[in-house]
Design a protein around this ligand. Sequence first.
Ligand SMILES: [Zn+2]
Length: 190
Amino acid sequence: MHFAFVSGNPALDLAGTVGSRRDGPVDLLAGPADLERWVAECDGLPGRVTAGPADFESALSLREAVYRLALDRVLGRPFDPGSLDTVNAAAAGPVPAVELGDAGVRVTGDITAALCHVARSGIAVLADPGACLKECGRTDCTRIYLDRSRGARRTWCGMEACGNRVKAAAYRARRRAPATAGGHGPGETT
Ligand SMILES: [Zn+2]
């Protein structure tokens, strides 16, 4: 399975490693090796970290806490206190080191530092009153993303993963029922 980095924020992308959260969750992180791979693929995090079982548990706690707080934001309700504690604790540690060179930025640090960076980026987006957090328009997806589009008109977490699937399903439905005239698509932008 591929990880998707379409949420516009590392913490939201971590939360997005569980899909279909409401009906039959699909978890892309089965163990520490998956977490190491996720960190390596995520922009702004160290390219190589080693994660043990305890690190993995911390990452899952952070992930679920971020998801809960993001959902609280989407639903316009107060933050869950326990989830705040989890995210704040993860954000308290040292962050990865960054070094600028001709080849770009080199990021180094251990798994704790990587999760600290993730927690801090989660805090930054959750604290930003101007950040437009949305749940993906494809019902089964349940990914929460940051909509940075002009006028915040984005409907899907990603066009490839969700937008095209919804549009294809709508197209097939229209083909199956040609008698119901006048059915224009929702005309969504990405
Ligand atoms: Zn989606």
